[in-house]
Ligand binder design. Structure first.
Ligand code: ISE
Length: 351
């Protein structure tokens, strides 16, 4: 949306923000359905996917949307006010840069880029415009439990944070998932959680690989343990296990000097009716049902920020967060073949 369009909106009846969506695989299709059915103040206007057939199918369920052939056409379309990117990570840098150049707010699924240098290009490009354009899809920032833990920390209820323990388990992952994805696709959520909860940089990371599960494909180190140290000396553990074959579990425990708090142990319905007299409840199959409310809240907050011209919601991850996460991911990846911890030095943060 241009500045004039934004000013017009304040004097005329509010119109829906027209969102162009790039990439409608698993996550992109989920966002199209969210914007079409659950989000207020927005609609999907233009869609592209490298599989045209997939785009057509998703568009058919999004009233008023049309399909174009390329991401560039989505970004430049007259009927697109804001861009949502859910293509594979290696395309994010160029697509986000194109959205910034077109003066359109963009919500990009994580990661921002596959290396810190590419991510820093985005930080500089956005900074050069003098405006905020980039929101990053770290949806956990909008999860109710994450919000409660953050509020407790900020209110000083737990004292000084000493240790943050994270567990991240997936039933399975998509074919072709490698150690690089393990870091840039999965651990990146906990890396952003460090920025969100502790608001300080990570200065070193060590990646440890125990014996792998027989469920993992050849060459994948699963589980994987990452150990981070922050600038003030807080330690963070991240236990990743992405082929459990059971369900989706994300747990976070903050050990503070005045008390500890745990989130992510939602049990939902616990039943004693299971065969054999056992008791149990349901574990979500993957991250979409588990974080449905968080995704909805994230996209709704983004649309509200686009509508009011600020473009980036208050709790959202920014381009800088994406750069900082990429720098830590690179070090975590290097640590896979290094002896011990790898140090991280961030580049200058533009004021
Ligand atoms: C996936 O891309 C996600 O973002 C999920 O939240 C995460 O749990 C999973 O490990 C990733 O592959």
């Amino acid at each position: 949306m241009t500045a004039t369009q934004s000013a017009d909106r304040q004097t005329t009846v509010p119109q829906d923000i027209r969102v162009g969506v790039i990439g409608v695989g698993r996550m992109g299709a989920d966002h199209v359905e969210r914007i079409s059915r659950r989000i207020k103040g927005a609609r999907v206007s233009v869609i592209s996917d490298y599989l045209r057939e997939t785009a057509e199918k998703v568009s058919a369920a999004a009233p008023g949307s049309r399909v174009v052939d390329t991401p560039e056409e989505v970004i430049s379309a007259e009927d697109v006010d804001a861009v949502l990117i859910a293509s594979p990570g290696q395309f994010h840098r160029d697509q986000v840069l194109a959205a910034i150049a077109a003066g359109k707010p963009v919500l990009c699924e994580k990661p921002l880029a596959m290396n810190p240098s590419d991510a820093y290009d985005v930080v500089l490009a956005e900074h050069g415009t003098g405006r905020a354009y980039v929101s990053l899809g770290f949806m956990r920032r909008f999860d109710a439990g994450y919000g409660q833990l953050k509020d407790a920390l900020d209110a000083g209820e737990l004292g000084a944070p000493l240790i943050l323990n994270c567990k991240h388990r997936n039933a399975d992952v998509l074919p072709g998932f490698t150690n690089v994805h393990m870091v840039y696709d999965s651990a990146v959520h906990e890396i952003d959680a460090i920025s969100f909860f502790l608001e300080e940089p990570v200065v070193s990371v060590q990646t440890l690989t125990p014996r792998s599960t027989e469920n993992a494909p050849e060459g994948l180190s699963d589980p994987m343990l990452l150990l981070f140290r922050t600038a003030s000396g807080t330690l963070v553990t991240d236990e990743l296990y992405v082929n459990t074959r059971s369900g989706y579990e994300v747990r976070t425990e903050l050990v503070g000097s005045q008390g500890s708090a745990t989130i992510g142990q939602e049990s939902g319905l616990v039943s004693t009716q299971l065969p054999g007299g056992r008791w149990g409840g349901a574990v979500p199959a993957d991250f979409r049902p588990r974080f449905l409310d968080a995704y909805d809240a994230e996209v709704q907050a983004w649309i509200a920020a686009v509508a009011d011209g600020t473009n980036v919601a208050v709790r959202s991850a920014t381009a800088w967060d994406g750069y900082a996460a990429a720098a830590v991911c690179e070090a975590a990846e290097q640590s896979l073949s290094a002896d011990g911890a790898v140090e991280i030095t961030l580049r200058e943060r533009p004021s």
